[in-house]
Design a protein around this ligand. Structure first.
Ligand SMILES: C[S@@+](CC[C@H](N)C(=O)[O-])C[C@H]1O[C@@H](n2cnc3c(N)ncnc32)[C@H](O)[C@@H]1O
Length: 265
């Protein structure tokens, strides 16, 4: 059986929430074997983004800026207008096209595999899906694969000692971009009674989310994690957190449990 790499393969690699130890072995092998690694940055090519920091911890261990090993896979930064909050804006479209052009150029110049490193999992709210769609639009012969990553939700559950779901409990992960109305809608939804609710992207709406959790009697058991897995990680009981919190924050409001195995059916 041949083990030749397929040509023109773009792989979205989940690198976990930020702790280099939460990178899977498959992700590490994929990053090492790729011809090029593309990493997203907010707007500025001079900055090291969250995904790149994890990649560098493995491919350039002990790096002090000047002593990077020369054998590691090259890394290229692609600005993704990550601070835009305006739908498919011109800036976003331009960023997706520019990143896709970078990938396609790499294939034209002989690369057979390009890895795109993304925080958490590449199939959950990741820039990778927009990049993959843009690349496929331009060239249908490019193969797309993903390597799963540990999500911020899982990392926060683990580091805060929060069980995400048991027995018949639903688990809802939602982007709290609309603030209080969003979480209120989720908590009131008849099909989601007793669900554990996880909010992503709700940092600037935290004061309203907090009020809504309080109104539903869910604040006391909820936890908030900002920059989970990074050196500046901040884990707190939700009741202790007031004011705005960073964009990279996750909220878990666990289902109410009163007895061991009480949700088993
Ligand atoms: C664009 S989504 C990326 C999700 C990611 N692909 C995943 O699988 O977890 C960004 C949101 O993920 C959450 N997030 C990602 N990394 C995080 C971290 N290290 N700590 C806390 N929340 C994080 C935050 O809610 C943030 O607003």
């Amino acid at each position: 059986m041949s083990h030749r790499k397929p040509l023109n393969l773009l792989i979205g690699v989940g690198v976990g929430p930020g702790d280099p130890e939460l990178l899977t072995l498959q992700a590490l092998r994929t990053l090492r074997e790729a011809d090029l690694i593309v990493v997203p940055v907010r707007d500025d090519r001079d900055e090291i983004g969250y995904a790149e920091a994890v990649v560098r911890a493995h491919l350039f261990p002990g790096e002090d800026g000047a002593t990077a090993t020369t054998t590691a896979t090259p890394i290229v930064r692609a600005p993704f207008a990550l601070t835009d909050r305006t739908g498919v804006s011109a800036r976003r479209t331009h960023a997706w096209q520019a990143a896709a052009a970078l990938v396609l150029d790499a294939f034209e110049n002989g690369a057979s595999t390009v890895a795109f490193a993304t925080i958490g999992d590449p199939n959950i709210y990741s820039t990778f899906s927009y990049l993959a769609a843009t690349v496929r639009q331009a060239r249908t012969d490019v193969q797309i694969q993903t390597v799963p990553g540990i999500t911020a939700m899982q990392a926060l559950a683990s580091s805060s000692g929060t069980v995400l779901c048991e027995g018949s409990e639903p688990l809802v992960l939602f982007p709290a971009l609309g603030g209080a109305d969003d979480i209120d809608g989720v908590l009131q939804h008849p099909a989601l009674t007793g669900a554990t609710v996880v909010a992503y992207k709700g940092g600037r709406h935290w004061p309203q989310l907090r009020e809504t959790l309080t109104a539903h009697g869910r604040l006391e058991s909820a936890v908030v994690g900002s920059h989970v897995g990074r050196p500046d990680q901040d884990l707190r009981l939700a009741s202790a957190v007031t004011g705005e919190i960073p964009y990279l924050s996750t909220v878990i409001a666990p289902s109410t449990r009163t007895a061991r195995g009480g949700k088993l059916v």
